[in-house]
Structure formats: C-alpha cells, structure tokens
Design a protein around this ligand. Structure first.
Ligand code: NAP
Length: 248
C-alpha cells in the first residue's frame, strides 16, 4: 500500500497526522497556492501534476495504490482529475469530504449555484459586503462595483484587486465566533458571501451572521461525478488497510 493524499484542507491535515502516527506509507500533496503551507508529518510535495494525465503518470511513477481526495470541497478540478486518473490507472480512490452546513430556521440564506449567481444576488444599493471566498473568484463581483467589499485571504494579495472598493484582512483559520462577530461589527458588514465549505474551521462567520441577523449569500458546492466518499478519518484508514483504531 502506498497512498497519495490530495490535501490543502484541515481534514487532510488531520488524516496526515493519523497516517504518520500509524507509520503508513503516504505522500501529502499541496496545490502550491499558499506561500507558507502548514508543515506536515508525512513526506510532502507541492504543485499541479499537469491535469488528469499528469496525475496518472505520477501515480504510475510513484507506484501509488490508493488515492485519498481530501481537498477542499470547492477544489473541483483536482477532484475531477483524481476520478479520471484513478479510473485510467485502476487505482483505489476515496474522498474525505465533510458534510455541507445545513440552514437553520434562524438563518437568512440566499442559496445560489455559483459565484456569478452570488454577485447577482447582492443588492443594487451600496452595501458593506464580506466576501468570504478565494481570491481567484473575485471577477464576477465587478458587476457590482458599488459595494464596499471586505476580503479575508491567507496571503497578502500579489496583484491589484479587480474591485474598486475592497479592503483585505490577511488571516489564516480556524476562526472563532467571537473573532468573526468582532470583524462583522467593526467593519459594519451588512451582507456576507460564503461558500458552503462545511466543517468547523470556517463556520464561525455563519454562526456570527445568524446572531447578527445578516443575510448570507451561500454558494452551493460544485457537482462532481459519483465517487466513494466518507467524512470519517477512521474509514479512510480502513480503506488504506489499517483497521486498528487510533491509540489502540
Ligand atoms: P482546483 O481548482 O480544483 O485545482 C486547480 C489545479 O490546481 C488542479 O487541476 C491541480 O493542477 C492543482 N491542484 C489542486 N489541488 C492540488 C493538490 N492538492 N495537489 C496538487 N495539485 C493540486 O483547486 P483550488 O480550488 O485552486 O485549490 C487548490 C488547493 O487549495 C487544493 O489543494 C485545495 O484543497 C486547497 N484549498 C482550496 C480552497 C478552495 O476554496 N477552493 C480552500 C482551502 C484550501 P494540475 O491540473 O496541474 O494537476
């Protein structure tokens, strides 16, 4: 057994810790987008493989027997490539994927299919908007240049932002409810745009929005072909042939 963990999420980091603790033969792969990714206890590589074919070549060269797609739920291109490459090479694949957040009766969500629809859902009158999305997804918000946008990135932006009124907070999660309540209040935020990432590390803004009765434009996850998936690290370890509970 030799595993490739497609990472870049907190779930992937937790899996890598567990796999390292058990002495499993596994490689952790980063997309290479952040300047200082979290250190891992497994051997690590970074950067694209060169599409599905490049990943298939890598799988063959490295004699990978199992692929775990533990990328962020919105990293759809990588997930599609993993499905194609594993099919082409006959490699076992599982996705470690957290459940999406569920709306509660106290939430004021406007649910949309993608980033373009999120921009369209913002009001026409000027508002202060917290855009909790990646920096590569800003372009659609050019159609609403009247808003004052607050953005939160892991790294400082390298290029000029495509929005005329945007301020950037550089911060790495996990975020807390108290911290996000403070951010929303101090910036006078009136609207939030978020992707339905699920998990604990990013949900503070959703809980804070509920407390402050703010509308959230919630972007649904991209659709992917069917693939085996689980939310459980123990199930991934069993998929990797390790049935012993951690700590046993
Ligand atoms: P994406 O759009 O699905 O992927 C674009 C390309 O980046 C892929 O085709 C692949 O290049 C490369 N790539 C992505 N993840 C990779 C990985 N783990 N290892 C090696 N190459 C990878 O992905 P994205 O949304 O840009 O996300 C990039 C990374 O950031 C992912 O690892 C993801 O887990 C992490 N991340 C993403 C988000 C998000 O909101 N999307 C949030 C937090 C963390 P090739 O085609 O050349 O192989």
């Amino acid at each position: 057994m030799r595993a490739l963990i497609l990472g870049g999420s907190s779930d992937a980091n937790d899996l890598a810790d567990a796999a390292a603790q058990l002495g499993l033969d596994a490689i952790y792969s980063y997309g290479g987008r952040t300047q200082a990714p979290a250190a891992q206890s497994l051997p690590t590589r970074a950067g694209g493989f060169g599409g599905a074919e490049g990943l298939a070549d890598y799988i063959r060269q490295q004699r990978i027997t199992h692929v775990v797609d533990a990328t962020h739920p919105f990293a759809a291109e990588m997930s599609r490539n993993a499905i194609a490459a594993c099919t082409a090479t006959g490699t076992a694949l599982i996705a470690l994927e957290r459940a999406p957040w569920q709306r509660t009766p106290q939430d004021n969500w406007i649910e949309v299919a993608d980033v373009a629809a999120a921009a369209a859902a913002l009001p026409e009158r000027r508002a202060r908007v917290f855009l909790a999305i990646g920096r590569q997804h800003l372009a659609p918000f050019r159609q609403k240049p009247q808003h004052a946008y607050t953005l939160r990135f892991v790294d400082p932006p390298e290029a000029v932002l495509p929005l005329p009124d945007a301020s950037v907070i550089v911060s790495r999660g996990p975020f807390t409810l108290a911290g996000d309540l403070d951010l929303l209040r101090s910036c006078g935020i009136e609207w939030i745009v978020a992707r339905n990432s699920g998990g604990a590390g990013a949900r503070a803004k959703i809980d804070a929005a509920r407390q402050l009765c703010l509308p959230v434009v919630m972007i649904a996850r991209p659709a992917l072909p069917d693939r085996p998936r689980t939310e459980s690290i123990a199930e991934v370890l069993a998929f990797l042939g390790h049935d012993t509970p951690l700590g046993a």
